[in-house]
Design a protein. Sequence first.
Length: 231
Amino acid sequence: MERVPWLERTEISYAAYGLLREYSAYVGEVVDVPIPVEPIIERFLGIRLEYDDLEEMIGIPDVLGATWVEEKRMVIHSDLLGGAEGRFAFTCAPEVGHWVLHKELVMPYFRRAAGSRHIEPSILCRKRDTKLRGEWQANYFAACLLMPEEAVRCAYEDCFGPEPLVMHNSRSCFGPNSVVLDPALNTAKIIARYVIEAGEFSNVSREAMWYRLEELGLLVNLVLEVQPVHG
């Protein structure tokens, strides 16, 4: 996936919002959050979506999703079906990102073995590859798709007003039972939860929303010694 060209954030977000507009036209109504990733994959893109043990199927560890472009077939690792909040949608959505951004560019990761009837996946998403260019693009596409900027900003403003929240400390100055919400690294997930609930982003995790709020400049991290881990 490192053969893919550099794309600006604006190009990726435009592609994600373009897909939402096209899907809205397809179903005849404006699609709102939570974004229906599975119907987009199956109904609109015409991709066969399956769930299986990808590590056993492919013989490679830490595989989250795989797409066979030629077959229009997408497989999500079955363990994610009962996983942590938002993990399933945030595995499907990057695969959609790969499909929209990279399907014309990717070369198969593996060649058809001599005498084999099985074609290896054109796109393979693994936990360890998230920093690679193609994976970063797909993950950013997923964030834009599942958490459209306008919807996030509206939900944030409903909770906290128009000004960004600035985190100066690793830990809040107030206790865990305080009615005062002090922006800090240990309260960032609480802030994200408020936005998720206000905007009804029921298929994304608090960590994903935390990252999205930072990326949009709504949650500013000035804590230099500790950086958040996003998932």
